[in-house]
Design a protein around this ligand. Sequence first.
Ligand code: BGC
Length: 436
Amino acid sequence: MKTPEEFLEDNGFRVDAIDRTALLTSFRQEMQEGLAGRPSSLKMLPSYVSPEGDLRRDVPVTVLDAGGTNLRGATVEFPSGGSGAVISNREKGEMPGATEYVDPDGFYEAFAAHVRRTAPFAKDPSIGFCFSYACETSPEGDGKLLYWTKQIQAPEIIGQWVGAELARRLDPRPPKILVLNDTVTTLLAGKATEKPGVRHSAYIGFILGTGTNVAYVERNANIGKISIADRDGSMVINTESGGFSKITQSAFDRAMDAKTHDAGAQMFEKMIAGAYLGRVGLEIFKAAARNSFFTPEAARGILSLGSLASYDLDNFCANHKTEQPNPLDRIFATDVDRSVARRLATPVFERAAILTAVHLAAFILQTGGGTDPNAPVCVCIDGSTYYKTRTVSFPKIVQDELDAMLKPRNIFFELAVCPDDAPLVGAAVAVLLQRN
Ligand code: BGC
């Protein structure tokens, strides 16, 4: 009988064999291809937004935030004299299409309702819209949805300019709707609210929650696929790093992927993000059950389990009890089953943390910053998977791995907790930034 570790290895799941150097190189190559407009699994989408400039103060604006699960609307302003944002009229609902199909009218109406509610409080009628999905951005700041991730069921929205579609359903029409990726708003919010006096040579916005993605600031001269007059300037790039595909999947990743709405897509995201870790774990458990790793009762239980949330897998592996019953506690009722199950699934989280670090290293290097210890690269991080996973500590593993990869290169960086409500704050920053 094989050990759980040997079983994982036989199926291509090996945490100790992650080739960090090779992955780092592939990430950087894919970035270059994406920036040049050649085929690449990294979309490298120009945002036409730069984080430089001063904020207009005392001007409340309407902001929207469409995430994987929730939709929020609010009013945000930056009072003069303070460095923080004030958020009011905040309301939260469900992201349309998250649990069932929604048609375009139903989809946009969910956002329009928030705008009607908050518009009377705004002094500038432009809207900042944090939209946490892959969009091509127009130079004017609208966003065209390229494809859905996070299993959203609203197929007609794909290919639409989301800001324009929303605007035409509003009366009066807002003069401008800026559609921004959540990694872009994280980066903008992080920079706009940093303490006076701190120096950073470059900025990265990173999300690891239901989905994952990275944005960073790139020199316009390096973005070969667009022609932009200001070759000396720079702009934020939404890399759509979750789409990275130059990585070897295990048999369990492939089995899980085959059951998703977007099989073959978002390979990297499906190895590290919250929407998928539970599903990968379930595939491992089912395969292990078929290979007699569990008692017959546990095997029957796990083979009949239809779905497994990352949250439950994490709490089980970390032996953390909550008020809500965890299906795995019922299924793995004996000490032996529990121990085998934990040995099989803990590596799902370990692998995710290491891969997270490797790709962050690649983006830190791509910024070209961090050569002066007094001006590190600021990596502004948001997301529940990163901060709330209990089985392993993402912040610790990422810090250690990045130290090991970047210290020998004399590259300095800082992992920063992003400000509260970064999607709302960053969306307002985008509307209120004025170039000097
Ligand atoms: C989306 C990205 C988003 C990320 C984090 C991914 O599924 O493709 O656009 O930034 O999730 O929310």
